[in-house]
Design a protein around this ligand. Structure first.
Ligand code: AMP
Ligand code: ZN
Length: 140
């Protein structure tokens, strides 16, 4: 629990929300400024800022809930698809510093763009650089 966190206040019932799912570890509610009808946020009840701050069991609970809710959000919004996304850190545009997974209903006609539209100025990487970064991620 963090004293000045909006999402902790929602978990505690101090700020109202349109809750769509709740269990011991996880809560999901409608986004207050939705990108589409049915835009849902899924959060761990415990305060952690980023996905990589979550203990493994909470991460599992969070993403299990995302898995369970995605089809329900699509059905309720009569959506053909969803974009599932996390702004993971302020440099990535995260505004509320409590992990949350966006489930955004999508349709061919919504005028939205794919994840690949996030960054227009893309790096031009060669095979050596791909080798290097793959090794760094593996921890070689
Ligand atoms: P992000 O930029 O990923 O941190 O997104 C934060 C999201 O939280 C935005 O989509 C906001 O519309 C949403 N949001 C902020 N306050 C509330 C609230 N009280 N209830 C529901 N959603 C909220
Ligand atoms: Zn919080």
């Amino acid at each position: 629990m963090s004293d000045d966190c909006i999402f902790c206040s929602i978990v505690d019932g101090d700020i109202p929300s349109y809750t769509v799912y709740e269990d011991d570890e996880v809560m999901a509610f409608l986004d207050a400024n939705p990108l589409a009808r049915g835009h849902t946020l899924v959060i761990p009840k415990a305060h952690h800022e980023r996905v990589n701050d979550l203990p493994a069991d909470r991460s599992t609970a969070l993403f299990d809930a995302v898995h369970d809710l995605t089809g329900r959000v699509e059905a309720a919004a009569d959506a053909a698809a969803t974009t599932i996304a996390v702004n993971n850190g302020t440099a990535a545009g995260q505004e509320v510093p409590h992990v949350h997974v966006h489930i955004v209903p999508r349709s061919e006609a919504d005028g939205g763009r794919p994840i690949h539209a996030l960054i227009e100025d893309r790096p031009d990487v060669d095979d050596d650089e791909l080798d290097d970064v793959a090794a760094a991620i593996r921890g070689d």
